[in-house]
Design a protein around this ligand. Sequence first.
Ligand code: ZN
Length: 237
Amino acid sequence: MGCDGMTPRGVVVCDFDGTITERDMIVSIMERFAPPEWEALGKAVVERRMSVREGVGRMFALLPSSRREEIVDFALKTARIRPGFPEFLAAAWRAGLEFYVVSGGIDLFVLPILSPFRLDGKIYCNRAAFDEERIRIEWPHPCGPGCKGDCGLCKPTIMEGFGGAWTVLVGDGVTDFLAAERADLVVARDGLLRRCLELGRPAASFETFYEVRDAVLAAWDAVRAGRSAERAKGGGP
Ligand code: ZN
């Protein structure tokens, strides 16, 4: 196993806000800490009239850097992890799948909330800087040449980096649309699920990570069985 060059590589790419957490943490934080102007920005992003980068950047610029600790405390206290997440993670790792969180959220809350799950080095997200009076967002994972969008954190470009692997996208929202087009399997809820159905693209639906686990492991077993069958026929590289 693993040294014959034929064991397939499987990668799970998982959204954070509204997927791993039950609610979007940016929305929760804005509701609690931002002046009412944030709502028009949030609406414009959801309706895709404003890029995520511009909208999220402008929303965080409404918050004073001095409130950093309060915001982190609030995020840790209020975030609810969707049921079955630790069980899914353990099952995915046991099955030899790699797992990455790819989030348009901010390190400020993503990293503390995920700290119990041993995901160091497996998390892609945006960064908050506190060197000015108001919170400034940095975008370390911009769009590559294959993306025509203005994503902020570019999920499609990150997906391209896993080229050649069998990939699963688990997600829920607008920022997952383009990434879903590049995935072999989509496990979706909410806006992403509706979008997949509209486009006639197969997607498994989920409410808890127990359902994600069942969908992903069944598909991954089939992929591995298919590759073994190819080998038995004398195919494969
Ligand atoms: Zn992009």
